[in-house]
Ligand binder design. Sequence first.
Ligand SMILES: C[S@@+](CC[C@H](N)C(=O)[O-])C[C@H]1O[C@@H](n2cnc3c(N)ncnc32)[C@H](O)[C@@H]1O
Length: 240
Amino acid sequence: MEYKQQIKSKARVANHGEVFTSKKIVNDMLDLVKQETERIESRFLEPACGNGNFLAEILERKLAVVKSKYGKSESEYKKYAFVAITSIYGVELLQDNADECRQRLFDIFCRETLKVSRIISDFRKKEFLEAVWYVLTKNILCGNALTLHKVDANALDTDEPIIFAEWNFTFGDFVKRRDYRLDVLLKEHAEANSLDASMSLFDDENSYENWDIDPITGKFIPKPLQEFKPIEYWRVQENG
Ligand SMILES: C[S@@+](CC[C@H](N)C(=O)[O-])C[C@H]1O[C@@H](n2cnc3c(N)ncnc32)[C@H](O)[C@@H]1O
């Protein structure tokens, strides 16, 4: 699918400030952090990701690196391509944009993976692509980036906080997933960087239960809401 139009309707521009960024500007902006866009594991979160103009380009750049470094080995290629897809996160208010974004990243992933010809014949291809799709359903979420709550199909806030999964390879092909509340992650970041000195770690929505103490530094660190047993990366959907 082509994504060249910068607006879908005047009403959407007026209601949601929806104007999509052109490919040239996306690339110029990403070039400002070029090194990070080409680091396979560096995590990106776009809080108003639209239909994925920035995230799609980041994925293309990362997969190009995966291909040049690991394209000769099927197992290495797949593992690092999985690292690339799990490092990309988005929040978008409007359901259709979030759906398009997810599908677009998946299409890029499939297209690039099929270019590495040995992958086509792999007997685990189906599970692998199902795992990739599952990751996208956890990483690209429909939510309000201002309130940090999930939204319903009418773009109205629900009571549920936005929760993101962190995916980390532990040993070999095994991946561990930990789920965190985005408001807790951002609060820790804001406080660590003194962005708002008036912020208190513990308010109504951020009680002690969201935090752990780092045994080494003694500082508060975000506590996962849920932790999953490590599992082979092509089977992460079985933990869902
Ligand atoms: C200016 S567009 C940019 C889209 C995309 N980042 C791009 O550059 O092509 C802003 C996007 O933010 C979404 N949006 C508006 N308010 C939002 C909110 N509170 N939380 C999350 N997304 C929001 C809109 O639906 C729209 O897709």
